[in-house]
Ligand binder design. Structure first.
Ligand code: PDD
Length: 312
């Protein structure tokens, strides 16, 4: 797909900005977030996709969420590399090169100047077909990118601790693909929201995997544990950054399966994601984690993470 594909919505050519290595100047339209759709930057309220899009009909696509601090994306290469793997795993050809992705993502951030810190959401679906059928032919993917304000919690807020519950992990066995079809994940996330708690921690056959939309870590005897990469968890970019922080802080890390019992007997529990960063959990299934206070290991990691996220 060409980067300069004109955008045509319902036969009406809409307000677009040319894309590519060179970007043209744009007319100022206040208060409308700018998004990227299939080669064009448009006002969010003018971005439309067809009902025949397989993302809409089947959840047939992959996505990424990039955290940006002071307009600088943290872990950009790692996110783009995971996107590439995800596309390959569902047999969609990556429409852009690494540099093209970087230009587009930075342009979206630049076009939304109100927010210094932004969470960029990018999704690629297989595209639109003539009819709704499970199988697919050779179609152009639909590419959508938006950016929204990204407010992280203060240390003071995090030190209050957070609560989680455990649930059986009923998801499929390809959780390493960041697929847009997230039905179980949204049900777990909604469960957490309804209970006014931070997260739902998932267990598959008694083994703690990850959470509705984050990875999970435990600390036991000053050693940090998390589920190994593989098909049962999303290989979180924050997870990787936290493992590096731990090593830099001299904390031993072990990527190994651990049980629900280990979780309940842990000294510390944290959940991590690009938008949550590293959240200390002090109650699991209504039981205190360790002393019930945020732990010392979290404090070291928190400081280190705050430093690297803006100085990578
Ligand atoms: N979710 N596991 C799951 C199931 C997730 O959905 C996420 C992130 C993570 C953490 O990955 P990362 O550290 O790369 O953000 C783990 C994103 C934020 C979302 O769906 O909005």
């Amino acid at each position: 797909m060409s980067l300069t594909t004109p955008n045509n919505i319902a036969g009406i050519s809409c307000c677009v900005y040319s894309v590519g290595v060179c970007f043209t100047k744009v007319a100022h339209m206040p208060n409308q977030p700018k998004v990227y759709l299939n080669g064009s930057f448009v006002d969010k309220n003018k971005a439309f996709v067809s009902v025949m899009d397989r993302g809409f009909l089947f959840g047939d696509g992959v996505y990424e969420v990039f955290p940006s601090y002071n307009r600088h994306v943290f872990g950009l290469d790692s996110h783009l590399s995971r996107l590439q793997k995800g596309l390959k795993s569902i047999q969609i050809q990556n429409p852009y090169s690494l540099n093209e992705w970087k230009s587009i993502i930075h342009k979206v951030i630049e076009l939304n100047p109100e927010n210094n810190n932004q969470a960029v959401y990018l999704q690629i679906t297989r595209g639109c077909d003539q009819d709704r059928k499970h199988t697919y032919g050779d179609i152009d993917p639909t590419i959508y990118i938006q950016s929204s304000a990204f407010n992280t919690r203060s240390k003071k807020e995090l030190l209050k601790g957070a609560e989680a519950i455990t649930q059986d992990d009923i998801r499929w066995s390809q959780c390493n693909t960041k697929a847009t079809s997230l039905l179980p994940n949204i049900m777990y996330a909604q469960m957490a929201k309804n209970l006014e708690i931070e997260e739902v921690i998932l267990c598959r056959n008694g083994i703690v995997t990850e959470c509705s939309s984050s990875n999970v870590f435990i600390v036991k005897n000053e050693c940090l544990y998390t589920h190994p990469k593989g098909s049962y968890i999303l290989p979180g970019i924050t997870r990787e950054a936290v493992l590096s922080c731990a090593t830099a802080c001299g904390i031993q890390t072990v990527e190994k399966e651990f049980s629900k019992n280990d979780l309940l007997e842990a000294d510390e529990v944290w959940v991590t994601s690009s938008t949550r960063e590293v959240v200390p959990i002090t109650l699991v299934d209504r039981l205190k984690v360790g002393s019930g206070m945020v732990g010392e290991v979290w404090r070291s990691i928190y400081e280190h993470y705050q430093a690297i996220k803006v100085n990578q």
